[in-house]
Design a protein around this ligand. Structure first.
Ligand code: SAM
Ligand code: SF4
Length: 348
């Protein structure tokens, strides 16, 4: 295949720790080294804030990226300085080739770490294969520690499997295990302290996430939204001595309770005051590049790959799309709001 002339020279194959200065930079000077890829839309849960009970208008299989197409995007992204890849979905563990995707990505030049965000229902049986394939860390979405509430929240009776998945992650030897809990006022906000207490004996990070307006039922309009500031205050009331800790680039609100092994983070997903530090590129399951979670514009990279693709085309599209990234999620949503109605299509 022909290499486009103005594209960086790719690293030699097998040269895993290649880290060029990132070539993906936006109009505001931010650089992008982290790619989140939704590898499917299907899910074995129906979380009330994510999908209606009957699911969403799922794309047909032929409109979704194949394994090879996903790997093509990762290869070119690695050549542009992307060094961190997260597989999400839908539910990524439902992907029939998740083991292959992780193994191949972890060996892709430029990619230093591979991660997954999952509801953990299928994790127990797959964890060994994934960790041996090079999976570095896992983020587990778990919004309640109560079996009955879990059923109400997810509309599936899978609490036991989710807890077994979490247990398997804790003993598997990952560099990091995080729990993502979306906070819904009047539903699970009475569990904030119980979640925080999980960090006493476990070196995990519990991340409380603000509800975002992405579900087809618009649950955020029902009064269940609870702000990051409010969440923080509830935890501070119980643990006034918790101190600021170190987190990832978008974990500014991260704390440690004295004597506890793990950390507690609060993610202002809806308030959007971390946009200045955003380093994320998002790829939807149907192969579109999104330069902001809240954007309504996307670039169809899958169409490019399927029509007269030359190596370098993906890099060009990544550079062009990310260059136009709006200053923050508020201005991204100004032109009519989000073009998607479920996070399952975008991957979170
Ligand atoms: N199925 C996997 C899981 O749940 O971990 C991966 C995909 S899911 C779309 C990724 C993340 O998005 C999850 O942590 C989920 O809680 C979060 N999410 C989905 N809809 C959301 C919403 N409306 N507001 C906030 N977070 C949401
Ligand atoms: Fe499925 Fe994840 Fe959406 Fe829940 S949040 S319905 S687990 S994709």
């Amino acid at each position: 295949m022909e290499e486009n002339a103005h594209i960086l020279t790719p690293p030699a194959l097998g040269e895993k720790k290649y880290s060029p200065k990132t070539a993906i930079i936006d109009q505001h000077g931010r650089t992008f080294t982290y790619m989140r890829i939704a590898i499917n839309e299907a899910c074995n849960l129906r979380c009330m804030y994510c999908m209606p009970e009957d699911g969403i208008a799922f794309n047909s299989k032929r409109n979704l990226m194949t394994t090879d197409e996903i790997l093509t995007i990762i290869t070119e992204a690695g050549e542009l300085g992307v060094n961190k890849v997260r597989f999400t979905g839908g539910e990524p563990l439902l992907h029939p080739r998740i083991g292959h995707l992780i193994k191949t990505t972890s060996k892709t030049p430029g990619i230093d770490s591979v991660h997954i965000t999952t509801n953990a229902i299928l994790l127990k049986d797959k964890v060994q294969e994934l960790i041996q394939g090079g999976l570095d860390s896992v983020n587990i979405s778990l919004d309640t520690l109560d079996k009955e509430k879990y059923f109400l929240m997810t509309r599936r009776d899978s609490f036991r499997q989710a807890m077994e998945g979490l247990d398997s992650a804790l003993t598997a030897g990952f560099s990091s295990v995080k729990i993502n809990a979306v906070v819904l006022r009047g539903f699970n906000d009475d569990e904030l302290i119980d979640f925080a207490k999980l960090t006493k004996y476990n070196a995990i990070t519990v991340r409380f996430i603000e509800l975002m307006p992405f579900d087809a039922h618009q649950i955020w309009k029902t009064g269940k939204f609870m702000s990051a500031d409010h969440i923080k205050q509830v935890i501070l009331n119980e643990f006034p001595k918790m101190t600021q800790a170190e987190g990832t680039r978008t974990e500014h609100d991260i704390y440690q309770i004295p004597g506890f092994l793990g950390k507690v983070a609060i993610i202002p997903a809806f308030s959007r005051n971390l946009c200045g530090d955003c380093n994320r590129i998002r790829i939807t399951a149907d192969g579109k590049i999104r330069n902001c979670l809240f954007a309504n514009e996307e670039s169809n990279v899958l169409e490019k790959i399927r029509n007269g693709y030359c190596h370098g085309d993906v890099k060009n599209m990544l550079i062009e799309t990310m260059q136009k990234k709006p200053i923050d999620g508020w201005s991204a949503g100004e032109n009519g709001g989000n073009s998607r109605n479920s996070m399952a299509q975008i991957g979170g």
